[in-house]
Structure formats: structure tokens, C-alpha cells
Design a protein around this ligand. Structure first.
Ligand code: PAF
Length: 280
């Protein structure tokens, strides 16, 4: 496995591989079983597996954890080598934003960037869309892999790729969970042992709403309010519990065929997100 930090070096390394199917797994490092599942999926579907590790400053708000976000490059490289990664792209910030972050071109997906997590994290999804567009253009993979845990991010990236006519396939990979049901996340490291146990309630609440819908309860607003109350009573600071159209992330309407139930809530130092799908 090779690791390169500059764009020209990455392109040169892939030059002789263009006749093979190239897959990209974008990450911010601090890898866990959820990321490794993306790598396995990429390995299964592609001939060449490229993983990027870049903690992207433009997707963090001024009071968020960019400075303290866990950076564990040596451990990540060992995990990626063992998982069969061919090439790692780990650029420094100035390789990605050589003219600074403020005057850089920004990619925005306005229909999806301001709702749900976008309300609590203004600018976050412009940062995500911009860096993912850059990574896709730099690596030019045939297929790119993203976790379903970040459903809003996945939906936004699919929309960006479609609307900008980018010639890349985007594949969502199901969320990997701890035995308790808690979705794997680098930010779970911020939880104490006791909070980690309590955090599993987030997924139970979403599954409770899903079960209700499957039994015929379509009063989504009441279900959202009940879920929010349950989490608040357990000490979560809830941003939202929402039942949405899975593809457009708007409240369900006559055109909705699949629902996604999504939630975001803070517990201690961690902001947790999770979602589950329901077919109608
Ligand atoms: O999901 C992530 O880890 C990041 O948002 C991504 C897609 C790598 C962009 O920085």
C-alpha cells in the first residue's frame, strides 16, 4: 500500500491503472469498523481501492471540534493496509486549499444543505460538498463509497453528482453498529462508558417510530415529538427527530415512496446522528 499527499503524485500513481475499475472511500481518518466496511465494499466492487484521509476544515463550524478531531494516521494506515487498500491519499490542508479556505470556490446543494443537520451546523454541508467534489475530481474514481449513517450527506452527494453531471457512481453502505445498536462513529470516542450505554437509546427511539409506521401509524409529527421527549428525558440535548422523504428530505408528501427517520442529539461532548429507513 502506498500513501501520497500531493495531487500530482496521486494522479501519477493512478495513471497506469485507468483500465481497471477504481473505487474511492473518502474519510477523515480515525477509522473504525464502519469505515472498514466501506473499504471492504470498495474492494468487492472495484479493482483498485483508494482511501482518502483528510480532516476537512471547511466543514467544521467555528465552535466545533476541528482542532480536537482525533487524528490517528499511523493506526489508520495499519488498518487500511490490513483491509487491502491499494493507495491512501492524505493531503495537507494547503494542498487542498492552496489559496486559503475563504476565497475557494464553494459547491452548494441548496435543497438539502439547510435542513436537519444543516440548521444546527450552518455551512457544514457546503464544506462537505466542496471537499467531496474536489476528491472526486482529483481521484476520478469509477465508484465512490459513503456510509448511510450520514444519510443527509449521502443524499446531498448523490444530488451534487447528478446535478453537476459528474461521471461517478455513488454507493451507500449500510451503517455498522455496536452490539447495543449504537451507530459506529469517530465521535463515540467522546462518550464516557456510561454515556455510551445510554447513547444506544437513539437507535431504539428511531426503531420504535419505524415499528409504529409499519403498523400503520402515520401521525409523523406526534411520533417525532414522542421520540424527542424520550431522548430529552434520558438527558440528550435533541436537535431533531424527523420523519422525512428518504430522497428529498422534505416532510412526506404524495410523491414519497420511502421514508427515512433521522435524529441528531448531543450527549455529553458528542453530537450523535442516526437514521433508519422505512418502505411505504
Ligand atoms: O463523512 C466524512 O467522513 C466526511 O464528511 C467526508 C465525506 C470524508 C468529507 O470530508
Amino acid at each position: 500500500m502506498d500513501a501520497v499527499g500531493d495531487i500530482a503524485g496521486l494522479r501519477a500513481a493512478l495513471d497506469g491503472q485507468r483500465h481497471r475499475k477504481i473505487g474511492l472511500v473518502p474519510t477523515m481518518g480515525n477509522l473504525h469498523a464502519g469505515h472498514l466496511e466501506l473499504v471492504h465494499e470498495c474492494r468487492r466492487a472495484c479493482d483498485v481501492c483508494v482511501v482518502s484521509i483528510f480532516v476537512n476544515p471547511t466543514q467544521f463550524g467555528p465552535n466545533e471540534d476541528y482542532g480536537s478531531y482525533p487524528r490517528t494516521l499511523d493506526e489508520d494506515l495499519k488498518l487500511l493496509a490490513a483491509a487491502g487498500t491499494d493507495l491512501v491519499f492524505n493531503p495537507p490542508v494547503d494542498a487542498m486549499y492552496p489559496h486559503g479556505q475563504d476565497c475557494h470556490v464553494t459547491v452548494s446543494v441548496p435543497s438539502l444543505a439547510h435542513t436537519l443537520c444543516g440548521e444546527a451546523r450552518p455551512g457544514h454541508f457546503d464544506g462537505v460538498a466542496t471537499v467531496v467534489a474536489k476528491l472526486l475530481n482529483i481521484v476520478a474514481p469509477d465508484e465512490a463509497f459513503f456510509g448511510e449513517k450520514d444519510w443527509q450527506q449521502l443524499t446531498l452527494i448523490r444530488t451534487m453528482v447528478r446535478q453537476l453531471d459528474m461521471p461517478f457512481a455513488v454507493t451507500g453502505v449500510p451503517t455498522v453498529r455496536e452490539a447495543s445498536g449504537l451507530a459506529m462513529s469517530s465521535r463515540n470516542n467522546y462518550l464516557s462508558d456510561e454515556e455510551r450505554q445510554r447513547a444506544a437509546l437513539l437507535n431504539r427511539v428511531l426503531n420504535g417510530i419505524k415499528t409504529g409506521i409499519e403498523r400503520g401509524d402515520h401521525d409523523y409529527e406526534t411520533a417525532e415529538a414522542r421520540g424527542q421527549q424520550e431522548l430529552t428525558a434520558a438527558g440528550f440535548d435533541v436537535d431533531y427527530v424527523a420523519v422525512r422523504d428518504a430522497a428529498r428530505l422534505v416532510p412526506p408528501d404524495a410523491d414519497t415512496h420511502t421514508l427515512r427517520i433521522l435524529a441528531a442529539a448531543r450527549l455529553g461532548r458528542a453530537r450523535l446522528i442516526d437514521n433508519v429507513g422505512v418502505a411505504l
